[in-house]
Unconditional design. Structure first.
Length: 159
């Protein structure tokens, strides 16, 4: 039997988990008004930092948000989305009477991306308002599901 070679143990955990998160307002109501959008996105970046996740790009339209985040090894996608939606919804409700009923749709999309795809995705996220002049959120979301090979039944997506 050959002699085993003892290799040094790895001293730490090293990860690079890039996730593109997409989620919409409750019933896709266009309730992210221009006057609160920048503050909302800044607050969401703070929520992300508190979870040791780093926002690489964030943008959206009045009815949905895209976030490209580098995820912490300590944070699951479901934890990230639960905290992001809960905390940002509370923030929105404190922005005045027009936002008192603000909420996020229950579901979301979360898609992994390789480092080589980051520049193109950042450009895509930056151009959301322009993109959605011709494409609805529903069309966009179905495109992502198809692109990533996610099985779905459209009857249950838009609850």
């Amino acid at each position: 039997m050959p002699t085993a070679i003892k290799l040094p143990a790895m001293a730490g955990t090293f990860t690079k988990i890039l996730v593109h998160h997409i989620f919409s307002t409750k019933n896709r109501v266009p309730s992210i008004a221009p006057e609160v959008e920048a503050g909302l996105f800044k607050y969401m970046v703070g929520i992300s930092k508190n979870m040791q996740c780093w926002v690489m790009a964030i943008n959206g339209t009045p009815d949905h948000v895209h976030i490209l985040a580098s995820m912490s090894k300590h944070c699951t996608v479901i934890q990230y989305m639960e905290d992001m939606k809960k905390d940002s919804s509370k923030w929105m409700k404190h922005q005045g009477a027009p936002f008192a009923g603000f909420g996020w749709q229950e579901g979301y999309g979360a898609f992994t991306i390789g480092a080589s795809g980051v520049p193109a995705l950042k450009r895509y996220i930056a151009r959301q308002k322009e993109h959605h002049r011709t494409v609805t959120f529903q069309e966009e979301f179905l495109t992502f599901l198809k692109k990533y090979g996610v099985p779905y039944d459209e009857r249950y997506i838009w609850k």
